[in-house]
Design a protein around this ligand. Structure first.
Ligand code: PLP
Length: 399
């Protein structure tokens, strides 16, 4: 398996070239879809290029994994069949019964569900905390017991911004692993490993795929990242990369070749898409802020957002998610029903604009928990259409 070295190249160049050398056999300019389950061996153990069976490794998946490792500045990346499959692999790599996770109070609902409802019965404990309150994070970390500190920044759907470097110092002092869900920011806007995270998680379903045509996930492990203090992985080492790689194969929730190919095709245009996504989102957020039917607009690019200054420091732009409140659940549902350019749908990060009602859709699973979201909240994934059409659409829906 090859790993091209594009370390000195810029982001867009790495997104297009890292791991994606023309095919050695045919010269195909983009990595082909190796839609194959098994590979011929030249005598027992005589693997060509290291490939044996596609759960363990597949050339299309390797191309995606090498490209993701390069754009996140990580040692290695691992591609999974969904963002939650990636999260599950990480959680099982670093946790054992009795282990403890610090979870932010506005994590993606599915993340919370996985930690609380799926791993809870296996003896994993968690504490929910406001991640923007560093004293609260410090108090929630139990030295010797906390294995993992979870950060999602900006968060889904309330777009809070967490100081990654500061939380990293707290996690490190306790021997815990720091994971950052970088789905909303993308590696183009934010580099959590450089800020001190041990591992980054992505739902590649979102901006990396970018076209609402694939479900996928990834973990990118930082150079030298270790398992929580006191834990040894199944291969007898304490390296996080070994434990995650082992689980990817042993539990097997890998990205299929076509899904890996789609995610990689999306990654190549991430930089140009994000520029347009971000400028459209800022225009939409400013328009909503001035609208009389809107009681609050939440977007890190607005000066009044409590995380505006921090986002300006740890991100290169403010992302393209905008949430806003309209005073009642009925009004929120009404706006969601009336847009025409914004499609009413779950998910985010595609070229087309989407609108949704988190309380009843993406975050329905956290109703009644500390992560419950306000029921007059509307979430927008601002796409890359003409911004005048987006503003006009919201205008008529709010009229
Ligand atoms: N993380 C965030 C921030 C998300 O928004 C999502 C899905 O919406 C996930 C993780 C889970 O990803 P997937 O739906 O690909 O499993």
């Amino acid at each position: 398996m090859t790993h091209d070295d594009w370390t000195d190249a810029g982001f867009a160049t790495r997104a297009i070239h890292a791991g994606q050398a023309p095919d050695a056999t045919t010269g195909a300019v983009v990595p082909p879809i190796y839609q194959v389950s098994t590979f011929a061996q030249d005598g027992v153990g005589g693997l060509r290029g290291g490939y044996e069976y596609s759960r363990s490794g597949n050339p299309t998946r390797t191309a995606l994994e090498d490209a993701l490792a390069s754009v996140e500045g990580g040692a290695r990346a691992f591609a999974f069949s969904s963002g939650l499959a990636a999260e599950d692999a990480l959680l099982r790599a670093v946790l054992r019964p009795g282990g403890h996770v610090v979870v932010p109070n506005d994590a993606y609902g599915g993340t919370y569900r996985l930690i609380a409802r799926v791993l809870g019965p296996w003896g994993v404990d968690h504490t929910v905390v406001d991640p923007t309150d560093l004293d609260a994070v410090a108090a929630a970390i139990e030295h010797g017991r906390t294995a993992l500190v979870w950060v999602e920044s900006p968060s889904n759907p309330l777009l809070s911004v967490t100081d990654i470097a500061a939380v990293s110092a707290l996690a490190r002092a306790a021997g815990a692993v720091l994971v950052v869900d970088n789905t909303f920011a993308t590696p183009y806007l934010q580099q959590p490993l450089a800020l001190g995270a041990d591992v980054v998680v992505h739902s590649t379903t979102k901006y990396i795929g970018g076209h609402s045509d694939v479900v996928g996930g990834a973990l990118v492990v930082g150079d030298g990242a270790q398992l929580p203090v006191g834990l040894e992985g199944p291969t007898g080492t304490t390296a996080l990369v070994d434990a995650v790689g082992y689980l990817q194969n042993a539990a097997g929730a890998v990205a299929g070749p076509f899904d890996a190919w789609l995610a990689l095709r999306g990654l190549r245009t991430l930089a140009v898409r994000m520029d347009r996504h971000c400028s459209n989102a800022l225009t939409v957020a400013r328009y909503l802020r001035d609208h009389s039917a809107v009681t609050q607009v939440i977007h890190p690019g607005l000066e009044e957002h409590p995380g505006h200054e921090l986002a300006g420091r740890q991100m290169s732009a403010f992302g393209a998610m905008v949430s806003f409140r309209v005073g009642s659940r009925e009004k929120a549902l009404d706006v969601c029903a009336r847009t025409k350019v914004f499609t009413l749908a779950e998910s985010l990060g595609g070229v087309e604009s989407l609108i949704e009602h988190p309380a009843q859709m993406t975050h329905a699973s956290v109703a009644g928990s500390a992560l419950e979201v306000p029921d007059d909240l509307v979430r927008l994934s601002v796409g890359i259409e003409d911004v005048a059409d987006l503003v006009a659409d919201l205008g008529q829906a709010l009229a």
